[in-house]
Design a protein around this ligand. Structure first.
Ligand code: ACO
Length: 347
């Protein structure tokens, strides 16, 4: 498929999901351990969120290393060489470098031919990045892309704020996608939304600073305040806007909810997962969940869940997956995908 094909009106390329991979910090922190730091309990956290433990990057474990390991696993799963990649797109809100972490991930993978850049959309980041990368493949501009979701929100929570610190964990996961014949298209549809008017309910805002610079000029020192969240408003947003968007997508693509094999939602809270599934009329046992082990790893949750379920054989080639990301911005997005990659083949 070439740009010439688009100009001549030939159908655009399809997008096939070919491989997945993930990488997690070795350090695991249980609810009981956290209750030694803040006034909380395993019972409170489990009953309100479904989370039992989370992984946290320790000293000497940079996020970019985790992201590169996830990327290497995904391209090995697809059976590709690193130099066949045209694009490495890293969804993250917590990069090791504010100028962008993707080039370091590209170098860590050895994807020397690929262009690499970051995309920031909080917990919608992976879904937005997947849709963005898919457009390069569809247009014929690129052939193979690696979409990585990686976040280290442990660096940005206030570990003394029990309302937020119990929710998040660190992780990285990736999906390898490539252009294919239009008839084999595995990205059946998508929808994306933003509403900056409601942004204040979930923020990791820049710290306001004001220092004298030289006579007659001042400057604003850099830095960020910890995550600030109105949990109840985020909850209401998630259980109202996310199923509405998924329903629109199912209608637009003529898809019956009964034909959806799996719901792979951003893993924020078990109660949100159950409520979204119920509102769509999808049995809750088809709404995949690994929150108990990892908490909310932000941009990593969707590919992390997908990777786990592909490798343990729940998601099989040909299965239809309805996915949705949602979070700060506010931002939310949904995609309908058909998995075409291998299952648990040795890397
Ligand atoms: N342990 C014990 N008590 C707690 C804790 C805790 N970890 N956190 C809050 N509480 C207390 C509060 O202080 C409050 O006590 P009070 O009544 O004495 O003041 C009480 O529990 C109830 O607090 P609420 O905030 O009303 O609790 P709620 O039932 O709403 O549950 C929760 C809070 C779990 C955060 C819920 O609102 C939620 O899941 N919201 C969605 C959050 C989310 O998913 N955020 C991530 C979005 S994705 C992204 O983009 C990053």
């Amino acid at each position: 498929m070439s740009l010439g094909a688009i100009k001549s009106g030939l159908p655009l390329a399809g997008v096939a999901l070919r491989g997945c991979g993930s990488a997690l910090p070795s350090q695991s922190l249980s609810n009981d351990q956290l209750s030694g730091r803040v006034d909380t309990s395993d019972e409170w956290i489990r009953s309100r969120t479904g989370i039992r433990r989370r992984r946290v990057l320790g000293a000497g474990e940079p996020l970019q290393g985790l992201a590169a390991a996830a990327g290497r696993a995904a391209i090995a799963h697809a059976g590709w060489s690193a130099d066949s990649l045209d694009l490495v797109l890293v969804a993250t809100s917590s990069p090791d470098d504010l100028f962008g972490m993707a080039p370091a991930v590209q170098a860590g993978i050895g994807a020397d031919r690929a262009v690499a850049f970051d995309l920031t959309a909080a917990c919608s980041g992976f879904l937005f990045a997947l849709v963005t990368a898919a457009q390069y493949l569809r247009s014929g501009a690129m052939r193979r892309a690696l979409v990585v979701g990686a976040d280290q929100l442990s660096s940005w929570v206030d570990w003394d704020d029990r309302r937020t610190c119990v929710l998040f964990g660190d992780g990285a996961a990736a999906i390898a996608i490539e252009a294919c014949e239009p008839e084999q298209d595995g990205l059946c549809g998508f929808r994306m939304r933003s509403d900056g008017r409601r942004g204040a309910v979930l923020q990791l805002p820049r710290q306001s600073g004001d220092e004298p610079l030289v006579a007659g000029a001042r400057w604003q020192p850099g830095g960020f305040s910890p995550i600030h969240m109105n949990g109840q408003e985020v909850y209401k947003f998630a259980v109202r806007d996310v199923p509405a968007l998924l329903r629109e997508l199912l209608e637009e693509t003529g898809t019956d909810a009964a034909s959806v094999d799996w719901l792979v939602l951003h893993q924020a809270n078990q109660r949100i997962l159950d409520a979204v599934a119920e509102r769509l009329g999808i049995p809750t046992d088809r709404a995949l969940s690994n929150l108990a082990e990892y908490g909310n790893t932000s941009a990593a949750t969707i590919p992390l869940m997908l990777d786990e379920a592909v490798r343990d054989g729940r998601i099989r080639s040909g299965h239809l997956i309805a996915s949705a990301g949602f979070g700060a911005g506010l931002s939310w997005g949904a995609a309908l995908m058909r998995w075409q990659g291998p299952g648990n083949v040795p890397a």
